[in-house]
Design a protein around this ligand. Structure first.
Ligand code: PMP
Length: 421
């Protein structure tokens, strides 16, 4: 029985919830609720391994920054973020061909807030978003209240036409490094085409890069923002970059990053890099969201960056995740290879597992998997229309190898039951 049905019949009728709540995907609710089932092996989330959180180092930093910077840590701060952190991010995030100034940087309450602010700034009802498909579920969630329309950017297809993809859109959205959900890299020629199309059509292009630091094999590809800066020759060849923290970058790429995957998601620290006019608009939107990101965690983030914490953690983190990826892929090949195909990702947190037989419906597989004690994320939640039931996303970072293997065994049992039925 629902809570509403329990209320006395003469109770006044409460106003309805906003209409967008009725448009959420039921499968999303199912798999978010699954996190609370005891004994379940959760392979659905995009969660780091909790044992990698540098708790002692962060505790020491927290004690120091609150004692040394009580006003910054405990007071309200500037909406855009602490100036020292913005300068440190500007110095860190510039590329070989361009420099960034303080007014190219907005500190956000992690990556999710950046996506929410983009919706506030760029999306009116019915506006078109051109999103790499399949699309990060959190982005779809962030923009759903604004009721956008979507065009799928199928960057993996050989005939992908970036100009046609971006024309008429408020912005393009891509996760070029180890995409959520597919774990794939957008190849270099497609990166170039996307940036050229953004420049040619005057479209903003959002580069969401939470996983770039989690590369296990091979060398990193240039970011979209690097390519845009080069194409637009933001700093004329031969011109000496100025050391002053004034603005330089004015390109179409809006770059987003976070500390969630490389340090700890509980810090809720992220950043956006963009042309100053876009940073100003996002700042207006942020004022109406949270006034400012937590000063304590901004100060912790600044100290962690200055101490080189990310660089110190990275080798162990990538070694751990590489081994877990290998364990998961071996188990997938052994137990699910007859029914599904997948590519081995060279970084990130996910493998995208595609059914060989179109009769396998991965929404139905989720329910069978939950009965078997394992949770995966079906493709429908990464599809703006909710229709795609051909694949699922599976995570390899949260669980140790034995548990990954046990999860895949349970999943194979669920597939067998589903295909025998
Ligand atoms: N973008 C993508 C593609 C993600 O996968 C995530 C985390 N799952 C985020 C943004 C947001 O992460 P956070 O808010 O923790 O920075």
């Amino acid at each position: 029985m629902t809570a509403a049905a329990d209320r006395p019949s003469n109770a006044p009728v409460r106003p309805p919830f906003a209409g967008w709540l009725g448009t959420t995907n039921d499968v999303t609710k199912t798999f978010l609720a699954a996190g609370r089932i005891p004994g379940l092996i959760n392979m659905a989330g995009g969660l780091p391994a909790p044992e990698t959180y540098p708790a002692e180092a962060l505790a020491a930093i927290a004690r120091r920054v609150i004692a040394e910077h009580p006003q910054d840590s405990l007071g309200y701060g500037p909406i855009e973020g602490l100036p020292e952190l913005r300068d440190a991010l500007a110095a860190r995030l510039g590329g070989p061909d361009f420099r960034l100034g303080r007014d190219n940087i907005l500190v956000t309450t992690s990556g999710m807030q950046g996506l929410d602010l983009l919706g506030k700034v760029l999306v009116d009802e019915g506006a078109l978003i051109a999103a790499q498909a399949p699309t990060y579920l959190g982005a779809l969630d962030a923009w759903r209240p604004r009721r956008p329309r979507y065009r799928a950017l199928r960057v993996d297809q050989p005939d992908f036409d970036a100009v046609a993809g971006l024309t008429g859109a408020r912005f393009g959205y891509a996760v070029p490094n180890f995409s959520n959900p597919t774990g794939r890299l957008v190849p270099m020629p497609v990166r170039r085409r996307l940036v050229e199309a953004a420049l040619a059509t005057g479209t903003w292009l959002v580069e969401d890069n939470p996983y770039g630091g989690l590369q296990f094999d091979g060398a990193a590809l240039p970011r979209l923002i690097d390519i845009a800066a080069r194409e637009a020759a933001v700093v004329a060849p031969g011109a000496a970059p100025s050391a002053a923290p004034s603005s330089a970058y004015d390109g179409p790429v809006i770059y987003m990053g976070t500390l969630s995957k490389e340090i700890a998601p509980g810090l809720r620290i992220g950043w956006m890099v963009a042309a100053p006019e876009m940073i100003a608009a996002l700042t207006m939107a942020k004022q109406g969201s949270d006034l400012c990101t937590s000063g304590v965690t901004q100060r912790i983030a600044l100290a962690a960056i200055e101490d080189g914490l990310v660089e110190r953690l990275q080798p162990d983190l990538t070694a751990l995740y590489r081994a877990r990826r290998d364990a998961l892929c071996a188990a997938l090949a052994e137990h699910l290879g007859a029914w599904f195909t997948f590519e081995v990702p060279v970084g990130g947190m996910f493998v995208w597992v595609v059914a060989r037989d179109p009769r396998i419906d991965t929404d139905r597989l989720l329910n069978a998997a939950l009965d078997a004690g394992v949770c995966i994320a079906p493709s429908s939640v990464f599809d703006a229309s909710g229709d795609d039931r051909s694949a699922f996303r599976i995570n390899f970072t949260l669980n140790p190898p034995e548990r990954l293997e046990e999860g895949v065994r349970r999943l194979a049992g669920a597939v067998r039951r589903l295909t025998d039925a």
